[in-house]
Design a protein around this ligand. Structure first.
Ligand SMILES: [Zn+2]
Length: 113
């Protein structure tokens, strides 16, 4: 249920940016969500619906870019998509790796009027 707090933070940020840009209305919000964050876009959409009510971001379209969980193997230096609970390199079967993508969570850009 942490989507509620995340959506509130996102909205605060968007409104702050929109204010700086002297926007009358926010038309679209582009979000980047890493798979590892476990954030469900449908939940964000739902919370955004009522949190944004009465703000200039009301009825703004949300656009989500989901970043797959990607790891780099420290053994063979290859990049691959990490499957849940499978921490084995598909190339060398090693299990020493680092996460290089999938933990993102940010507002990429907003479109205002
Ligand atoms: Zn490897």
């Amino acid at each position: 249920m942490h989507e509620l707090a995340i959506t509130q933070n996102m909205l605060d940020l968007v409104l702050e940016q929109a204010k700086k840009a002297e926007a009358r209305k926010v038309g679209r919000i582009n979000l980047v969500i890493g798979e590892m964050t476990g954030v469900v876009d449908g939940c964000v959409q739902f919370y955004f619906g009522f949190l944004s009510e009465g703000t200039i971001a009301e009825k703004a379209a949300l656009s989500f870019t989901v970043v797959p969980t990607t790891a780099r193997c420290r053994g063979c230096d290859k990049l691959f998509k990490l499957k849940e609970f499978d921490w084995t390199c598909p190339y060398c079967q090693g299990n020493n790796m680092e996460i290089v993508a999938g933990q993102e969570l940010f507002v990429e850009s907003i479109e205002v009027e």
